[in-house]
Structure formats: structure tokens, C-alpha cells
Write a protein that binds this ligand. Sequence first.
Ligand SMILES: [Zn+2]
Length: 112
Amino acid sequence: MIVAESARLPFLNASAMTVGSVVLIPGRTLEEVETILPDLVGHEEEHAWQWAVCLGLPFIPLYFAAAGWSLLRCGDRASANLFERQAGLRRGGYPERPKRPLATLLTRAGGK
Ligand SMILES: [Zn+2]
């Protein structure tokens, strides 16, 4: 894996982002991030393997679909996102929120 420290990605609200086997760390060094998240590299390495298993670019729409599902179920992009769960929520610095009951979501979607 290649680590790119102090990357300039203003749209990114995360401690790091992995693209293929490159870990982008916005605005900080790896050492600085690891004082907060000591196993972040292990988390990002799992994402690198996920990229490989998805054969590259298909990872992107699959990840966003999983993040959307998580937003719907838990109100954040990680708690029910299978990619983040597999990489380790705690290692990535994500809290685990409880899932909302599906019946509640369907009732709200129905407008009542
Ligand atoms: Zn992650």
C-alpha cells in the first residue's frame, strides 16, 4: 500500500480514504492520525482488499450503495455499510449506531 499524507481533498470528511491500494490522508500525517486511530492502516488495508475483490472500479458504486443503505437504516454512512463493518467500524473511527426498524422506515416513506 502507498500512503499519501496531507492530501488535499476538501470534499472528504473522513480520517482517510483508500483508492485501490493508495491511502489518502487529508490534511494530516499518518503518525498524527494514528495517535487517534492506532489501527487505521489495518482498516484501510481491508478497503484495499475490498477494491481488489470488486475488481477495481465496481467498488465505487457498491460502496456508495452500501453507504446509502446505512444512511437509511442507521442515519450514518458506516454503521450498516458492509464494507465499513468488514473493515472494522471501531478501527476506522466510526461509532456503531443501532438500526432503525424497517417498519418505521416504510411507514415514513408512505407519507404518514
Ligand atoms: Zn473505512
